[in-house]
Ligand binder design. Structure first.
Ligand SMILES: [Zn+2]
Ligand SMILES: [Zn+2]
Length: 241
């Protein structure tokens, strides 16, 4: 092999690892740099954000939040986590954690750009995972996405939001009211957020309760307003993590 061919092939192999040539869902060849082919993209259940309910992120016909009040200003979601999309999403996840987070971040960025066009964010933040959850999964999807969005938008990533330590474990909370309080005061901000406008990221939301509780902690730390963005929203039947 001539040295030139060798270099060219090495360079191509290098590019292929950076930008996979195959769709991570079905495996067919795609344009370089595309994580998913157009066919599979069409199968993904995008939420029509024109029809979105600002309080739960679902399309208005699926909205079931009229009895809840939320402390965040608005929420926007990119996908419905429906049964028909489940297999595509599972295959996409198997395509590699970082690539999948980058794919979600890019799709979310388009939606965020459109919805929150007039808002100037000071920080991007993410919903933290508990230590046991982190040990089980080895990563925090929300953090991965938030960090990619921070680079895309050039908005600083802020790590203040934490899970409160020394909470009574949920299974040890005996009374009903104790369990309720426990589930409502899970988060704390480990820093001052005076007058900051926050873009809060999570991967999946069901009722918005987690985001609401996280928002409570951010407002308590002085934040001026909190806007949420999630990759996918599930139906009530699927349990929120
Ligand atoms: Zn495909
Ligand atoms: Zn709603």
């Amino acid at each position: 092999m001539k040295i030139y061919d060798f270099l060219e092939n090495t360079y191509k192999a290098f590019l292929d690892t950076l930008f996979p040539l195959k769709c991570c869902s079905c495996g067919i060849l795609t344009n370089r740099g595309e994580y998913i082919c157009n066919n599979c993209r069409r199968m993904l259940p995008y939420i029509d954000i024109e029809k979105r309910c600002k309080f739960c992120g679902k399309e208005k016909e699926d909205c079931d939040c009229n009895s809840h009040t939320r402390r965040y200003n608005e929420i926007v979601a990119t996908f419905k986590y429906s049964d028909s999309a489940r297999n595509t999403i599972i295959r996409l996840k198997q395509g590699g954690r970082s690539g999948y987070a980058a794919f979600l971040a890019r799709e979310m960025a388009l939606v965020i750009n459109e919805t929150y066009r007039n808002i100037k964010f000071d920080y991007i933040m993410y919903v933290p995972t508990s230590r046991s959850e982190y040990r089980k999964r080895g990563y925090n999807q929300a953090k991965l996405i938030a960090s990619k969005l921070s680079k895309l938008f050039r908005i600083p990533l802020c790590h203040y939001l934490k899970i409160k330590e020394n909470r009574t474990p949920q299974h040890k909370a005996t009374s009903r009211s104790e369990r309720f309080i426990n589930s409502r005061n899970k988060y704390i901000s480990k820093g001052n957020l005076s007058n900051k406008t926050i873009l809060l990221i999570d991967d999946v939301s069901t009722t918005g309760a987690t985001l609401d509780d996280a928002t409570r902690a951010l407002l308590f730390a002085g934040a001026d307003s909190v806007y949420c963005a999630v990759a996918a929203i599930t139906s009530q039947k699927r349990k929120e993590k």
